[in-house]
Design a protein around this ligand. Structure first.
Ligand code: GLA
Length: 447
């Protein structure tokens, strides 16, 4: 019996949830049970799989082992993980027991319950059409990130700030209306939340940085903006602690502060960055100072960024002081990937490098894009999702603090990467091989 069929069996017990049928159908359609790696590759000559094949070949197993050891010896090993071959996708647990667990689990959250929480980023649209999505959400996820509704442009209240400038000059007004649907859903279903995000160059309105809170006002100076930053962070974190204690377990304090192409000589993002323009190149450090001052102990403080496997050293270097001063707990690796990215080697090494420096690591915005909507491309994508979840699980089982994987959106139609079909469910909420891969289903081939 394949994992898909076993799920169907369980589905009957659980009242034959519609989407268990969908999982089994997807397994049959895409995975074809016995189809191994070779079949997958044959069926996609010239496509993404070939690219990956080439890439995998470039890194031979001996090279990989060497690099792995090197990575391990360079680190400070503060997290106390053991030795192990995290490069072998099935390294930490036997293939058989993995399959067993995979076919027994109701969904992702249950499958990874011993390893890390599994999250989903949701926009308010989903909550206003919740009957279409609820079952899949509660069966698979135990953490929610608001896709937009906890960003500064959602929380800052322009009208109220302008109306009382004498009192709000250093202390802009905030409101929490937009994120309430997510908060209420999380509470109702016993789910935790990641807060995303406090200090970011994007989705933060210009008026917040000006003398009179208008869009074309003059930018304020460093001290004023630091005071506004402190008050904003105090208000936002204070609100959740007071009203929903325990709900938020991780906070993206700073998002995307480092950028090789758009950065200054130290790699600190300058382009379109009003935090940099007003506060200066240490804006991100102060954000962590204030966040630590106002966060409760159960809110872990994260630095979140894209392309982490290409700027690991830059991130580690720039965060060193905040880390040494105990102001930061973890790195959020956004994980907006494509099927040509090397997950088993490059991504894994970056995650491990952060862990070795004593950071907790979360994959905060996972999606894996493909170039076309075809069966073959979706199979390749499925094996990439499988690799991703295995790499994270193996690292965790080796003792490294991998604490969450969050998928950035529910289905391809709701994704910011619509043209790349980057998510686990299609527009009709049918599970793709990507979902089966994340579930470690045997119908999805191993890279
Ligand atoms: C970045 C941000 C996310 C989101 C995506 C694009 O990764 O961190 O909040 O805006 O871009 O949707």
């Amino acid at each position: 019996m394949s994992a898909g069929e076993k799920n169907l069996d369980r589905g009957r017990k659980f009242g034959m949830k519609k989407w268990f049928f969908a999982v089994m159908t997807a397994a049959l359609l895409f995975g074809l049970g016995a189809c191994g790696q070779e079949e997958g590759k044959d069926s996609e000559s010239g496509g993404d799989t070939q690219m990956e094949g080439t890439q995998t070949e470039q890194v031979s197993s001996s090279q990989r082992d060497g690099a792995d050891l090197e990575g391990g010896s360079e680190g400070t090993g503060t997290s106390g993980a053991g030795e192990g071959d995290s490069l072998s996708a099935g390294g930490a647990v036997s293939e058989e027991s993995l399959q067993d667990e995979a076919s027994q689990a109701l969904g992702l959250a249950e499958l990874y319950q011993e390893n890390f929480s599994v999250g989903i980023a949701l926009p308010n649209y989903v909550f206003s059409h919740i009957e279409e999505y609820q079952q899949v959400i509660v069966d698979n996820f135990n953490s929610i990130t608001c896709e937009n509704e906890m960003k500064p442009d959602s929380l800052l209240d322009k009208k109220a700030s302008q109306a009382d400038l004498e009192n709000t000059y250093l202390h802009a007004a905030v409101h929490f209306d937009n994120c309430m649907p997510a908060v209420e859903f999380a509470l109702e279903h016993d789910m935790k939340m990641r807060f995303h995000t406090l200090v970011w160059y994007s989705q933060t309105p210009k008026w917040f940085f000006t003398e009179d809170y208008t869009d074309d006002g003059e930018l304020v100076g460093r001290e004023t903006m630091l005071a506004r930053m402190e008050n904003y962070i105090a208000d936002v974190l204070g609100y959740f602690q007071e009203n929903y204690p325990g709900l938020i377990y991780a906070v993206d304090v700073v998002n995307e502060a480092f950028d090789i192409g758009n950065g200054d000589e130290n790699g600190i993002r300058m382009k379109d960055n009003r935090w940099y323009d007003t506060v200066g190149d240490d804006f991100y450090y102060h954000a962590f100072v204030f966040a630590r001052k106002y966060a409760s102990e159960d809110m872990k403080l994260f630095y979140n960024d894209y392309g982490c496997m290409y700027k690991t050293e830059l991130i580690l270097e720039r965060l060193k002081q905040a880390k040494e001063e105990g102001l930061i707990d973890g790195i959020g690796m956004q994980s907006h990937l494509s099927v040509s990215d090397d997950i088993r080697f490059n991504f894994m090494l970056a995650a491990k490098a952060f862990c070795e420096e004593g950071y907790e690591v979360q994959a905060t915005e996972l999606d894996i894009g493909v170039k076309e909507s075809s069966k073959a491309a979706f199979r390749t994508q499925g094996s990439k999702y499988k690799s991703f979840f295995r790499v994270m699980r193996n690292l965790q089982e080796e003792g490294w603090p991998i604490t969450n994987v969050t998928v950035w959106g529910l289905n391809d139609a709701l994704s910011w990467r619509k043209d790349e079909f980057a998510l686990m469910f299609d527009e009709d909420m049918e599970p793709k091989p990507a979902y089966l891969g994340a579930m470690l289903d045997e119908s999805v081939w191993d890279e």
